[in-house]
Design a protein around this ligand. Structure first.
Ligand code: ZN
Length: 269
């Protein structure tokens, strides 16, 4: 078994997925290309994930996350490289105009990979919503059936997502499709023993590289010595967040941000 196995499968699945996203439902203009390429890529990732889970049940999910992590790091590296040149990576919304001689490789990275990552994050939001409604896959299926044989815009996708999600998502798409922010979160934490086997975690998270209105739910996983863990989502904006987690009756060993590759961000401890 090799590390590239899932990647080969995802690549083939991307091409197969185009019969749905790209041919079945096409993008209206270059602005909407991510709905074809990002969607095909996201679909490919889900197929690769299923294969990895079938072939290697104990490690399949971890290998899938490693795969998300690779693309996340590539997107972040790309931003660094472009910052070095005094140039910012373009938003997904710019479509093929992200590709120029100075930004070679951007098209694939931004439209395919970041596009698919946006869908991965949208699925995360979906999992957190409290109001009942169609699950994420059901929503995508419904959107596909409604527009089969047609061409869709990003605005149509946003409107459909909001209707199914049951709340405004404009802020999310403003950040990730029309915007270029890639957050860096600095985490500092302190484990405190309150006595009588009650432990708490004092946590501080600071976001960098984000606009004043930028916000995301950030998964914080507390790992305990017995191998168990607990994940909580904390909403964080551009202001530092200070909070306390717990109390726990087992001593926490480690605090991890974004352990399961839910959010496109960089984390520094
Ligand atoms: Zn493609």
């Amino acid at each position: 078994m090799t590390g590239t196995k899932g990647i080969d499968e995802a690549f083939r699945a991307h091409e197969v997925a185009h019969q749905y996203w790209g041919i079945g439902v096409d993008a209206r203009s270059y602005h909407d290309a991510w709905l074809s390429e990002g969607m095909a890529e996201f679909w490919g990732w889900q197929v690769a994930r299923r294969r990895l889970l079938e072939k290697d049940p104990p490690n399949g999910e971890k290998r899938y996350r490693d795969f998300l992590k690779d693309w996340r790091e590539n997107i972040i590296e790309n931003r660094r490289f472009l910052f070095g040149d005094g140039q910012e990576a373009a938003p997904i919304w710019l479509g093929h105009r992200t590709h120029s001689t100075e930004t070679e490789g951007d098209y694939t990275l931004i439209i395919y990979k970041k596009g698919a990552w946006v869908l991965n994050m949208l699925e995360t939001l979906w999992q957190l919503k409290e109001t009942p409604g169609p699950d994420f896959e059901a929503f995508l299926g419904e959107f596909y059936r409604r527009h089969r044989g047609g061409r869709v815009t990003t605005e149509q996708f946003i409107a459909a997502a909001e209707a199914a999600y049951g709340d405004s998502l404009q802020w999310f798409f403003d950040q990730w499709v029309y915007g270029t922010d890639l957050p860096l979160y600095r985490l500092s934490g302190d484990i405190r023993n309150g006595g009588e086997g009650r432990f708490t975690v004092q946590l501080k998270i600071e976001g960098e590289g984000i606009s004043p209105d930028f916000r995301m739910p950030l998964p914080v996983t507390v790992e305990f010595g017995d191998g168990s863990e607990k994940t909580e989502y904390l909403w964080i904006g551009s202001q530092p967040l200070e909070t306390e987690l717990g109390p726990y009756d087992t001593k926490p060993q480690k605090i991890r941000l974004n352990k399961y590759e839910k959010i496109l961000c960089e984390v520094k401890d």
